[in-house]
Design a binder for this molecule. Structure first.
Ligand SMILES: C[S@@+](CC[C@H](N)C(=O)[O-])C[C@H]1O[C@@H](n2cnc3c(N)ncnc32)[C@H](O)[C@@H]1O
Length: 217
């Protein structure tokens, strides 16, 4: 596990505190997190209705889900990019926020065709599946097409080089004020090295089994 001692600007244990470290006030955060209860309830219904393809533990943890919803509501992003879909827990909460915003699109990337069961079809969702050996090159090509990203979330291949390369590719597309986030930043030193290289101080969220990192561009 990466050593975070003395590295982070902040270490939160709740979505509310984590979002505030990225620049929003408590009343703003509370308002959107109040909405999240209804999203969680619909998501729980989907878990009962769907035949899932992945272990439930592949999905983002509870506070991370709340964080993704809140940040997507507060930023009102035009373009959201996520890597790593599995059954689509993170995709579902991001899309719920975009739906409520009435604008924005989510571009999700994975290497397995059976992903996204919790979402099914959604008009604001663009899912791209690549062959494993072409995952990085097709991701880079897609980023060139998209041009600018307002919210990025990594949750795909957590090996050091895969994380670092993906981070660097996405970072150059991030718009001013955008939010760049990664699940599982404790799986390797990639996120810490990435922040050092780019002179950014990460906010961290300690969520049950893992650590999520985020920076505001
Ligand atoms: C931890 S799961 C994602 C969980 C998802 N974010 C959620 O909340 O339900 C990891 C996913 O990354 C995908 N994956 C692994 N390597 C990848 C790569 N190089 N590019 C894109 N996706 C990848 C896997 O197929 C799997 O669906």
């Amino acid at each position: 596990m990466a050593d975070f001692g003395g590295r982070s600007g902040s270490l939160a244990t709740t979505a509310a505190a984590f979002v505030q470290t990225l620049g929003w006030s408590m009343p703003q955060v509370s308002e959107v997190l109040d909405e999240y209860q209804e999203v969680e309830s619909r998501l729980n219904d989907r878990y009962k209705e769907c035949a899932l393809e992945f272990p439930v533990t592949h999905g983002v943890e509870a506070e991370t889900g709340a964080f993704l919803y809140a940040i997507a509501r507060l930023l009102k992003p035009k373009t959201v990019v996520e890597t790593g879909v599995a059954d689509g827990r993170s995709s579902f909460v991001i899309l719920s926020a975009l739906e409520r915003n009435g604008s924005g699109a989510l571009y999700s990337f994975d290497i397995r065709p059976q992903v996204g069961k919790l979402v099914g079809h959604h008009p604001q969702w663009h899912l791209q599946i690549s062959k494993p050996q072409e995952a990085l090159s097709s991701f880079v090509r897609a980023l060139r097409r998209l041009g600018a990203i307002d919210l990025f979330f990594h949750d795909s291949d957590h090996r050091y080089l895969s994380q670092l390369i993906e981070y660097e590719q996405a970072w150059r597309c991030m718009t001013p004020g955008s939010v760049f986030a990664s699940d599982d930043v404790d799986d390797s030193r990639a996120f810490l090295d990435f922040c050092d290289r780019n002179g950014t101080t990460p906010s961290l969220l300690l969520d049950r089994r893992k650590v999520i990192g985020a920076v505001r561009r």
